[in-house]
Design a protein around this ligand. Sequence first.
Ligand SMILES: O=C(O)[C@H](O)[C@@H](O)[C@H](O)[C@H](O)COP(=O)(O)O
Length: 236
Amino acid sequence: MNHSINLHSFSDKDSLITDLTLKIAALLNAGIKKNGRAGLAVSGGSTPVQLFKSLSNSDIPWHTVDITLVDERWVPPDNQDSNEHLVRSHLLQNRAATASFTGMWNTAATAQDGEALCAERLQNTHHPIDVLILGLGNDGHTASLFPGAARLPQATDMNSGKICMAITPVTAPHERMTLTLPAILNAKQIFLHITGQNKKDVLEQALGDGPSEEMPIRFILQQQTQKTNFNVYWAN
Ligand SMILES: O=C(O)[C@H](O)[C@@H](O)[C@H](O)[C@H](O)COP(=O)(O)O
């Protein structure tokens, strides 16, 4: 590995979830104490379901937390592929039911058409985001920063001034909306949450040399600004 990272390894998923839940709760509680509100941005996919369930029971004044998405597939919230659907089903439950949620999807026909409204809504949530959770795809994507996507250069341009951007993956279904790289790196704390040997292998490959465009998680691993705390949580 050519780049050093803070890697927290766990022998099983349950111990990871217990530890990460406490860590996230402490950071959100600290943010609330200092600023009156806190921001939490979450990814979709299958990995975070157990974490969402655990977080939903955490002792946090959830009514002072703004929950947003890191990315979204451009499908309505009643679609099983919707990340908003996932968050509503597993995170906005129990104690966390009182949190304020701002999704990315809107009724525009395409993500590109819905970009301005999505950005406007996100601007009205708590910033900077206190805790942002990323996942990792087998192709090295994170958020919806997909290798080979035509708009990847714009979505990773640190000077775009944009908070979110529509993007069409070539390696996965659905047009997406993603937080841009500068918006992701503006978070105070980023956790990369991954499970299984396969994802660890992908991470190790990404930590080696090669173009970030080929494995966009490298844009995060090799962040130039160094102002964001970045930790990897991995369990087998
Ligand atoms: O909506 C999405 O697809 C995601 O936010 C995406 O970036 C995800 O985190 C990875 O694809 C990992 O997904 P899994 O957890 O399902 O492996």
